[in-house]
Design a protein around this ligand. Sequence first.
Ligand code: HEC
Ligand code: HEC
Length: 297
Amino acid sequence: MKTLFYLKRIGVGILVLALLVLGYIYTAAHFTLYKSYDVPLKTSFEVPNDSASIAEGFRQTRIAHCNGCHQDDFSGRIFHEDDQVGKLVASNVTQLVQDYSDVELYRFLRTGVKKNGEIAAIMPFDMYSNYTDETIGDIIAYLRTLEPIENEGLPEKSELGFFIKMALAFKMFDLEAKVQEVLSKVEQPVEYEPSDQISFGKYLASTACSNCHGQDFQGGEMGDSPAPPLSIIKIYSKDQFHNMIRTGETLTKGDKSKMTDLARSCLKYFHDEEVDAIYTFLNTLESPAITDASLNN
Ligand code: HEC
Ligand code: HEC
């Protein structure tokens, strides 16, 4: 009888503990996601409206793979749905930008902070924080040409699954640190030397590859398919790299790589000189010994 009594108590104890942990996960994830950041707006930001800048802005949104999540016409879509991660909704940008001023759009692209002060957590805002003001201006110029499109049935926001909430609550996905890192450099102008291949290539890689391959290009977690350190470039000749960026044909996975769709719908918009510069820069990265295992990842 006594044993049964103790077992029951242990059972109740475990249940209470489980509920407390769950409560913590949901509350902590909620506060992290809906935290409001007070980032002052610039007093003014000049957005160009000539056709060359608009065309350049369009090209930049492709390279930045905005279309991969928001669709080619920016009307938004559910771009991922499963039990663990949840339902991820990329907003209908065509409607939302109508309510944004230029300085609000500038702040959004520079920091990920939305008009309402919250962070666009699922967007690769840390990658976009690497843009020069000139590129941000071109992107805004292009976004300004979008006519509002109705996208009926598009949920207003994402519903994050348990796995993501847990990752947020226990800081395996440390959103707050990522935001602070971005905010700490918001005042520093982004600059590079266009005539220096390494400086130019580093800039391009930081704005087009870093969200998956890491801000230091040492590789990144991507759920079931991690992105390798970009020193993997050493197995590519310059021609093979150009071919990969144009066609999505990778050396180790052919056209079955995560890079395939990305190259075909986004990276192909790079100019040849840009691909050359990225290749030159990536070749300066120290390799953390490329092993057979890292190639099979
Ligand atoms: C990985 C997918 C992804 C990519 C890539 C992406 N976005 Fe988003 N975007 C989202 C999600 C998800 C939201 C909803 C954010 C939220 O409310 O938390 C969003 C929201 C927005 C918003 C609305 C902000 C608001 O006030 O609600 C704008 C504008 C926007 N994105 C523009 C862009 C532009 C421009 C690019 C490319 C430079 C881009 N996005 C790239 C996923 C993405
Ligand atoms: C949206 C995420 C994402 C972005 C952005 C991205 N990559 Fe990748 N990349 C991956 C993943 C994931 C892999 C490894 C898994 C695979 O190939 O499916 C990979 C693999 C690679 C490989 C190895 C291919 C091979 O032969 O195995 C190279 C080289 C590469 N990426 C270069 C780049 C460069 C350069 C950029 C920027 C111009 C870039 N990637 C941007 C996700 C990304």
